[in-house]
Design a protein around this ligand. Structure first.
Ligand code: ZN
Ligand code: ZN
Length: 451
């Protein structure tokens, strides 16, 4: 994840001690959190040592389902492959969804932690790969379990329906869509608001960040295949070289963000791979490129995608290619949006629960995420950031002008003790607030940016 704007503050655990003094009805007490923390932490360690790849989260899902059933939830498994849905009905009121991801990544853990993963597994292509919870989804699951326990044990403090979901395959973008196709919002109640958080080293543990408005980016994956005419490397006059066309195309694509998009608007066009040729003295007959495109506005997104097609075709035509290139958008996700009014409403309970200095405003980030599929169903979302960095290491890295390892790094290691506790406190505060809000008021929030 990218470094986020960070407001300097003094991080201490002192606020935990002061929680019992907080009188606000929506805040959790130290005792409540203490009573669920050991189980949540134990689950964290267990999941961290047994990560599973996207779409293969069978043991993870079964474990989470069993624990939620034990906490008194009505649990359905295998929703969209390995997805888990847990409901707690507590009278009339809104339905609020909290989501965690289930999956880990093909990364070899190098944190040196005593509970580091040593797992290897077969990926979908049949390759033997190392597996690690390098994105912190284990921490999200542990926080969700702690939150589930607190909410179940204190039902007098909220009303409505709490819907907890364990979503598979976030890292490969497909799990959210899979659950929706399997009836997430038809077989189960459609939520009035959907909530999720993500841990990162962008903030010290103990801190939460809210990003009102657009949180991340629209993401599009595009494959371009350029067709030339193969021949001998020593006789280029008899061939049409797709590698040269690809090279020109790549350079011309750089002018989209720099020359066509209005300065200040966000657009990224990255060519992440180019595959062509087999031998130095052969001109191949085709070249393939893979692109990732990130934008924050619908009109900019459309313009960039159209420009990629226009430039690719024109460069091929300029070289006399025998066929138009194929330009295929094969995957995409929409951005995640936090209605600023909803973000503002939830800021107050978070500040009460965590301390005013521990709730900061975060900048939008570039990585994308398929939580957007839930929002696309017209459900307003609240997606917030959980600090994961060891506060001392974070301060030391900042003093040196560097950062701690990002998500997906083999060295990514959130400081679980304060981060997990903070995650539970924050989720409980947000859920209690939303579950005490009349449905009519929640309906006023919007799921997507207003034109
Ligand atoms: Zn990730
Ligand atoms: Zn993640």
């Amino acid at each position: 994840m990218t470094p986020l704007k960070f407001q300097p503050l003094v991080v201490s655990l002192a606020w935990f001690a002061s929680l019992s003094l907080v009188t606000a009805a929506q805040s959790s007490s130290l005792k409540e959190i203490d009573s669920v923390y050991p189980e949540a932490h134990q689950l964290y360690l267990q999941l961290h040592q047994h990560p599973e790849l996207s779409g293969q989260e069978t043991q993870t899902a079964a474990e989470l389902a069993a624990r939620l059933r034990g906490a008194g939830y009505e649990v359905t498994e295998h929703v969209g492959n390995t997805g888990v849905v847990a409901l707690l009905k507590n009278g009339a009121g809104p339905t609020i969804m909290l989501r965690t991801e289930l999956d880990a990544l093909p990364v070899e853990e190098k944190t040196g932690l005593p509970y580091a993963s040593q797992v290897r597994a077969k990926d979908d292509a049949g390759h033997d790969v190392p597996v690690m919870h390098a994105c912190g989804h284990d921490l999200h699951m542990a926080a969700l379990l702690g939150t589930a326990e607190v909410m179940a044990r204190n039902r007098n403090r909220w009303h409505g329906t709490l819907m907890l979901i364990g979503q598979p395959a976030e890292e490969t973008i497909g799990g959210a869509e899979g659950m929706l196709k399997d009836g997430l919002f038809t077989r189960f109640p459609k939520p009035d608001v959907a909530v999720a958080l993500h841990v990162s080293n962008g903030f010290p543990a103990g801190v939460m960040a809210i990003t009102p408005g657009v949180y991340n980016t629209n993401s599009d994956s595009v494959r371009i295949t350029i067709y030339g005419k193969g021949g001998h490397g020593a006789m280029p006059q008899s061939a049409i070289d797709p590698i040269v066309i690809a090279a020109r195309t790549i350079l011309a694509l750089q002018t989209i963000a720099s020359r066509e998009v209005q300065p200040g608007e966000m657009a990224v066009v990255t060519v992440g791979y180019i595959h062509a040729g087999t031998k130095n003295n052969i001109i191949p007959d085709q070249a393939e490129m893979g692109l990732t495109i990130r934008t924050r506005k619908a009109d900019v997104r459309q313009h960039v995608l159209d420009a990629i097609t226009r430039i690719s075709k024109a460069e091929a035509a300029a070289a006399g290619a025998p066929r138009e290139p194929s330009v295929e958008r094969y995957e995409g996700t929409d951005l995640v949006y936090n209605d600023p009014q909803l973000a503002e409403k939830l800021r107050a309970p978070l500040e009460i629960a965590l301390g005013k200095n521990n709730v900061v405003i975060g900048e939008p980030i570039a990585p994308s995420e398929d939580f957007s599929f839930f929002i696309a169903q017209g459900v307003p979302g609240f997606y917030f950031s959980l600090g994961g960095a060891d506060p001392e290491k974070f301060a030391a890295a900042r003093a040196q002008g560097t950062g701690l390892p990002s998500n997906h790094s083999p060295l990514f290691a959130p400081d679980a003790e304060p981060a997990l506790r903070t995650g539970i406190v924050a989720e409980v505060a947000v859920l209690r607030n939303l579950l005490n809000t009349p449905v009519e008021e929640l309906r006023k929030f919007s799921a997507t940016p207003q034109p």
